[in-house]
Design a protein around this ligand. Structure first.
Ligand SMILES: Nc1ncnc2c1ncn2[C@@H]1O[C@H](COP(=O)(O)OP(=O)(O)O)[C@@H](O)[C@H]1O
Ligand SMILES: [Mg+2]
Length: 263
């Protein structure tokens, strides 16, 4: 695959969730070089877009419509899961409170929720899990159940799970939601390191301040429609964000970070 093959290339996709038509003829490309943030208000369709990318849901079959991930419209799902590491709150709440940290991390090898008796792990896999947990500062928690960890610690185990197949692309759905200030900063620091070592991010958020300076592209969506897509500095303007959030606001920029304040 060339570096320029888009992560996802969506053409004219109509997508339902239950009775709700979330996308009606969505066309969107997430570039294959650099990291992308997807920004939009609650209910815009951001998580649905990620599910489309992960092939957990599919568009209505129509001529001239496709969803190509890394240039392909067919995937063996386990192969795709190994290339895309995902962290979302939805994934986090699917784990049983009794799941042990180590098992959450190891479950990434099978892209499963939790581990099961029939799954076995080699010494190499166990060492790799330890190495990643150590890097994320959670090795000492590996025998603790999720229920006895803070939300920030739980989120780091989810990231360990996502990293275990060494994916070059990480899909993060509101990764700092529910985290306090130190946990948010810690998480953002890890994310920046992951980009610095050459991984690409697709980061979904409704918070401007969790878009790290290293993110190159921004896509804004509202009510299932792409409003703007392009280089970060061109998309994150006051005019665009007022329209996106239907609210008067001002943008503050510092050291590559953005924040919105009331106008
Ligand atoms: N499982 C579902 N069944 C029916 N409608 C859903 C489901 N999940 C999401 N929706 C609807 O799809 C729309 C987009 O949701 P979502 O992609 O979760 O938005 P976001 O992540 O941007 O907040 C919303 O109107 C939401 O109510
Ligand atoms: Mg969402």
């Amino acid at each position: 695959m060339s570096e320029n093959t888009p992560i996802v290339d969506i053409r004219n996709a109509t997508v339902y969730r239950g009775e709700t038509r979330v996308f009606d003829g969505l066309t969107l490309t997430i570039p294959g070089a650099g990291s992308t943030a997807i920004l939009g208000p609650n209910g815009a369709g951001k998580s649905t877009l990620l599910k489309l990318l992960m092939r957990e849901i599919h568009p209505v079959v129509m001529d001239g419509s496709h969803v190509k991930v890394f240039g392909r419209d067919r995937w063996v799902i386990t192969e795709l899961r190994a290339r895309l590491g995902v962290v979302s709150n939805e994934l986090q709440v699917r784990y049983s409170p009794g799941a042990m940290g180590l098992n959450v991390a190891l479950s990434g090898f099978y892209s499963s929720i939790g581990t099961w008796g029939h799954q076995s792990f080699s010494k190499e896999q166990l060492d790799e899990a330890d190495r990643i947990m150590d890097r994320l500062g959670i090795l000492h928690l590996k025998e603790k159940p999720l229920a006895r960890m803070s939300t920030g610690e739980q989120r780091r185990f989810l990231l360990a799970r996502a990293l275990i197949n060494n994916p070059d692309t990480l899909i993060l759905d509101e990764p700092t939601s529910g985290l306090d200030v130190p946990a948010t900063f810690h998480y953002l620091g890890i994310i920046r390191d992951l980009i610095a070592e050459g991984r690409q991010l697709v980061l979904v958020t409704h918070h401007l301040h969790e878009i790290p300076p290293e993110v190159d592209h921004v896509v804004t969506i509202r009510q299932g429609r792409v409003m703007h897509a392009g280089p970060k500095a061109e998309v994150l303007t006051e005019a665009n964000l007022k329209e996106l959030f239907s609210t008067d606001l001002q943008i503050v920029r510092q050291d590559g970070w953005y924040q919105v304040l009331p106008a």
